[in-house]
Design a binder for this molecule. Sequence first.
Ligand code: AKG
Ligand code: FE2
Length: 334
Amino acid sequence: MHDALSILPPRLRDSRSARSVGVQPLLLHANHHHNPFPFFCVDSAFSEDQCAVLEALFLRTNDWQHRDGAFYRCSLCDVTKTIPASFQAEILARMREITRLPLVDRVDVTAQRMLPGHVIGIHSDRPLLGYEIARLVVQLNQEWQPDHGGVLELFSSPEGKAVFSVDPEYNTAFGFTLHADSYHGVTEVTQPRQTVVFNFWHIANTPELAAYVQALFANLHFSELPAALDPVASSAESILPEDTTFRAGTAAVALHRLGYDEATIVTGYRHSAGLADCDTGDTETDAAVLLADWMAYLYRDSFDLAHWNILRNKLNRVEKFTRLQPAWQLCLPE
Ligand SMILES: O=C(O)CCC(=O)C(=O)O
Ligand SMILES: [Fe+2]
């Protein structure tokens, strides 16, 4: 596998191949915004050398995956392996500073190309189980003009009007934290648009956690739950929405599969259905119920930073019980 430097002209390649690309700090001046959701913009995001590396990706890439849904029309290519590791490490370090998020040592990079007629409808990219938590979107459109389209628009709801617009000008970057309400879209383009998207993972929503949670809930059957839960679940189902009782049932399955007894499973169900606080006085029961509830939430819904912080505060300084250790380590890594 060649790296992206190998297709640069020899004049550029010779002086740069042995060291990190770029001399000036990248993403130097991040302008933070909080509406409609937290994001930041950077002008002159990268050095000339770094831009050359990113632009080169579009010359060598020919295995594009085409998305041509009604609301999502663009072409994508995973270019992670072609970005020099030192460049990735620099971007990751700077993203940690800018977002103040605990990001894992992993960066996935996608080249995105839009051709005339392509458009990306409004979506939120909410971080499902194991998905990335933050993105950096870098624009590489020389001589961009307003009539070329391809403006990134931010929304406070999927139905509303754009609250903020980001022109895809050359060497500008847009970074954001993904969550259930980070609604955005890209207007239709009339000229080709080139973008490189860097993806970053939160330490508590890793692909490893996703594998653990998927395995924990594999072949989910509520029929495996103990009969002692039946009257509790029946009465909950008669008064609560299906989403709520489904999540409570899922949390109960987690406790069952982790080897907890009937009483703990019933307590966990009642807690996740919102019928009782988690305050049994037994530290292991309370910790197990909270972790099962969180994993059921991740499985049914998506990673949510505010919820995760609440869980972390509740379990801070609590002993990591043996039976819970693998889940604990993945949900609340040190
Ligand atoms: O191309 C862009 O400006 C943004 C694309 C997008 O939706 C994303 O990276 O999440
Ligand atoms: Fe998106």
